[in-house]
Design a protein around this ligand. Structure first.
Ligand code: GDP
Length: 307
């Protein structure tokens, strides 16, 4: 069964580990968010692609949900001593990824090519594609300032009222090679439990991707990142509110209308099933909070069966 998953970072990483345990590795294609890519110390950092790659390689720091396990931060300390900005923590092992990516991009490689090479070197057999090879940058406008996603989320700790969210460059961006085919040829399309505004939103902002989702014959199944009126982690609630979306599975379904067919929701939200049905989305109540590997695999099975 060929599965294509749209993915952000931490929530997606857990479900993808579960899916990888249920599928032949080559049957899993991941379309990753690059809207929160950023430049740190002159290096191109792709946080969501790296989180997914590290997760599937078994290298992710599971407690933090980002970066590599067994990480040290000597370079960060040395950079601080030189007066460099250090609010975006890059670990020593993680730096190897960003150095390799940046050098390859400078040599003319595409982000698709370098993402594939990094994954292969780290032993990942699933296919990881960036949503686009062209830059798309999520920007958050608060009442105070217009910020990149990392400035808003990491540097400023998601403080400040969000007035709007933009995906700069998206309208000019083309889907990366293979993305439209992966959606069109899949037996299942999965929307991971990721931030609908800043993880899945940028993917959907790339022209032609929504069209591919509308026209694929594959059933499209999502997992709600919102449980009992709040995200499991991160700023999804505030960002959904800023976009006029209800902070509930109903808001998630609205963000993915009209192509989402099935949404896995938490038992606590089972009362929303009739409203979801009216919105054209079949709700399946399940244990959607993943706290260990068994939970990741069980949810992945539930996703594949729900379709
Ligand atoms: P960010 O942290 O908001 O930038 O977004 P990411 O897309 O990288 O990942 C976090 C999202 O995953 C949040 O919206 C969480 O609510 C969601 N999430 C994290 N862990 C889980 C989980 O175990 N189950 C579900 N259903 N959602 C999760």
């Amino acid at each position: 069964m060929r599965v294509t998953a749209l993915a952000g970072g931490t929530g997606a990483a857990k479900l993808l580990r579960g899916l990888a345990a249920c599928l032949a590795p080559r049957d899993l294609t991941i379309v990753g968010n690059t809207g929160d890519d950023t430049e740190v110390w002159g290096l191109h950092v792709s946080p969501d692609l790296d989180t997914v790659t590290y997760a599937l390689a078994g290298l992710l720091d599971v407690a933090r949900g980002w970066g590599r396990a067994d990480e040290t931060f000597h370079a960060l300390q040395a950079m601080a001593a030189l007066g460099a900005p250090t609010w975006f923590s890059l670990g020593d092992r993680d730096l190897a990824t960003h150095l390799t990516r940046t050098a390859a991009l400078r040599d003319g490689a595409t982000l698709t090519a370098v993402t594939g090479r990094l994954a292969a070197r780290l032993g990942v057999e699933a296919r990881i594609l960036p949503m686009s090879d062209e830059p798309v940058r999520t920007t958050i406008t608060t009442t105070e300032a217009r910020l990149t996603f990392q400035e808003y989320f990491v540097r400023d700790k998601a403080l400040g009222d969000v007035v709007r969210v933009d995906y700069d460059g998206a309208s000019m961006a083309r889907p990366a090679p293979g993305v439209l085919e992966a959606i069109g040829d899949a037996d299942r399309v999965v929307v991971c439990p990721s931030n609908p505004v800043t993880s899945i939103g940028p993917i959907l902002a790339v022209p032609a991707i929504v069209e591919a989702l509308r026209s694929t014959r594959a059933p499209i199944v999502g997992v709600s990142p919102i449980v009992g009126g709040a995200p499991v982690s991160g700023p999804a609630g505030r960002l959904m509110q800023a976009r006029g979306l209800d902070v509930s599975p109903l808001g998630v379904a609205a963000a993915y209308a009209p192509w989402l067919r099935t949404l896995l929701i938490d038992a606590r939200d089972a009362g929303l099933a009739p409203a979801l049905e009216r919105a054209g989305v079949r709700a399946v109540a399940a244990d959607i909070v993943m706290t260990d590997h068994a939970g990741e695999v069980a949810l992945a099975r539930g996703v594949l069966e729900a379709a």
